[in-house]
Design a binder for this molecule. Structure first.
Ligand SMILES: Cc1cc2nc3c(=O)[nH]c(=O)nc-3n(C[C@H](O)[C@H](O)[C@H](O)COP(=O)(O)OP(=O)(O)OC[C@H]3O[C@@H](n4cnc5c(N)ncnc54)[C@H](O)[C@@H]3O)c2cc1C
Ligand code: FES
Ligand code: FES
Length: 474
């Protein structure tokens, strides 16, 4: 494998099959588009970026991806390079830890880690530095900026002290902030339009839904959104489909519309945008998102991908069920709407036709008491044992007027407790009713035993979470 500077020599003009790494253009024409950026970087002798898990769990491989925000301004977002195939990055720009220091002068985030003794063996340190680097330019220094980075020997106290010190420091304009401002002004250097046929083989980059559907109809292809599910498969060497259609450059799929009665979420809006732009609109979403993966994953993961994977433990799916969301899809024969109640058919099987694309999800805004719970072995960055979202409307006499009890982790699909919902309808929600409803809930599903939790534990959780909801919120 040639070094990065040799690769850069081969580039003479900006075309589709290029990636900018640390401000150098790298030709991707001969590269395997399904190779992860992490492996590509390491083969190019950019060895600062480390491999820990290869699964998106440890953050050792964090790099900064340049993205345009909703206003068109360029910003850095932290992403896991182990989950990003280079084919998905054609025309994009990334920075690795090698770019940070200026000669012998460390970048302020590196200096803060040194000053606060935030590194011992140093294996995790480039990943922390890159997460803090993105936080530095976005003005974010809370724990969520580094909650996707694991450290096994230093411990988190010195690293958090470094972050706290950075938060208090002045952040004068520097070569990175100037570079972002320039890219924002000249957005064509930020998001090079990438036409399908010019991308490295195996990855297509349509820029409209019609183009995407036409490509899908003529190829044995799979949709690729943020790649946080598919990237794990690729990182493990699994072959997905002969062609991957990256849908993250279709502007229409990035829209987020907040209307009086509902919110319409474009299918490729990253979850970090939902966290900030929908804050306060859906209390249950506000409660679920902090426990959904870590920052690097949420910077890429999408609602369309959560629906596309249709995992029984997809954490946003009970939220959609509890809100009677509507999935808007388009396919070769036109557009249709799928009520979420009829979307999940069987284990990872949905009502979606293979050639259909989820374009958006409409979620009604409810004036209701609501809450979300996620029970996992670890509080952050872990897979649900059981997830629950409850929505309840009572009248003045405390009679149940509307109720939705939605769960993940208790069946082959995300599911509502339809029997208990029907039993609760019209009843007065007193202590006896809550006790009986909890008992019914424990019997309503037949969950599986697995290494995360026994069937009995899951059944108990289903009933207990409802009782907790009533106790906490009413
Ligand atoms: C470290 C880590 C932690 C995670 N933690 C959580 C968690 O806490 N909770 C949770 O629920 N999930 C979690 N996930 C899983 C993943 O992040 C989510 O499922 C995410 O929503 C997937 O979105 P994506 O855009 O990355 O999907 P992709 O990987 O791009 O695609 C996933 C599937 O959906 C299909 N698809 C994508 N977009 C569309 C579309 N618009 N129309 C039709 N099909 C489509 C793809 O073909 C593919 O089959 C985690 C993943 C990782 C790696
Ligand atoms: S190597 Fe662990 S998150 Fe990428
Ligand atoms: S410094 Fe050793 S793992 Fe963090």
């Amino acid at each position: 494998m040639p070094r990065l500077d040799t690769l850069a020599m081969r580039v003479d003009r900006l075309t589709m099959a290029h990636l900018r790494i640390n401000e150098r253009q790298v030709d991707l024409t001969c590269a395997d588009p399904t190779e992860s950026l992490l492996r590509f970087l390491r083969r190019a002798r950019l060895l600062g970026t480390k491999e820990g898990c290869g699964d998106g769990d440890c953050g050792a491989c964090t790099v900064a991806l340049v993205e345009a925000d909703q206003t068109g301004a360029a910003r850095f977002v932290a992403v896991n390079s182990c989950l990003l195939p280079i084919g998905a990055l054609a025309g994009r720009e990334v920075f690795t830890v090698e770019a940070l220091a200026n000669g012998d002068t460390l970048h302020p985030v590196q200096q803060a880690l040194v000053d606060h003794a935030g590194s011992q063996c140093g294996y995790c340190t480039p990943g922390f530095a890159m997460s803090l680097f993105c936080g530095y330019y976005n003005g974010e220094f809370d724990d969520h900026v580094i909650d996707g980075n694991l450290c096994r020997c230093t411990g988190y106290v010195p690293i958090r002290r470094a972050a706290a010190a950075l938060a208090k420091m002045p952040r004068p304009e520097d070569r990175f902030s100037k570079g972002l401002a320039d890219r924002g002004r000249n957005s064509s250097t930020l998001e090079t339009p990438v036409a399908g046929n010019d991308a490295p083989g195996g990855f297509l980059h349509p820029t409209s839904v019609d183009e995407a559907l036409a490509l899908k109809a003529h190829s044995d292809a799979a949709w690729f959104a943020g790649g946080t599910d598919l990237g794990v498969n690729l990182s493990r060497g699994q072959r997905l489909a002969p062609t991957l259609i990256a849908i993250d450059r279709i502007a229409e799929l990035h829209t987020l519309q907040i209307a009086d009665g509902y919110v319409r979420i474009g299918s490729v809006v990253p979850l970090t945008r939902l966290e900030t732009e929908l804050a306060g609109l859906f209390p249950a979403l506000d409660e679920m998102l902090p426990w959904f993966a870590a920052r690097q994953v949420k910077n890429r993961a999408t609602l369309g991908g959560n629906l596309g994977s249709a995992s029984p433990i997809g954490d946003l799916l009970p939220w959609l069920l509890a809100h009677d969301a509507v999935v808007e899809v388009r396919g070769p024969i036109g557009a249709r709407e799928l009520p979420i109640a009829s979307y999940f058919k069987d284990y990872r099987k949905t009502a979606l036709d293979p050639n259909e694309l989820i374009v958006a999800v409409r979620v009604p805004r409810l004036d209701a008491i609501q809450a979300a719970y996620k029970v996992a072995k670890r509080q952050t960055d872990d897979i649900s044992i059981v997830a629950a979202v409850f929505v309840l409307v009572l009248d003045a006499e405390r009679r149940v007027r509307h109720v939705r009890l939605a769960f993940g982790g208790v069946a082959a699909v995300p599911i509502r407790a339809l029997d208990t919902e029907a039993w609760l309808q019209g009843r007065t929600l007193d202590e006896e009713t809550v006790g009986q409803a909890s008992a019914r809930l424990r019997e309503e599903f037949s969950p599986l035993d697995d290494h995360r939790g026994s069937a009995a534990y899951r059944r108990a959780l289903v009933g207990n979470l409802f009782a907790r909801f009533v106790g906490e919120r009413l």
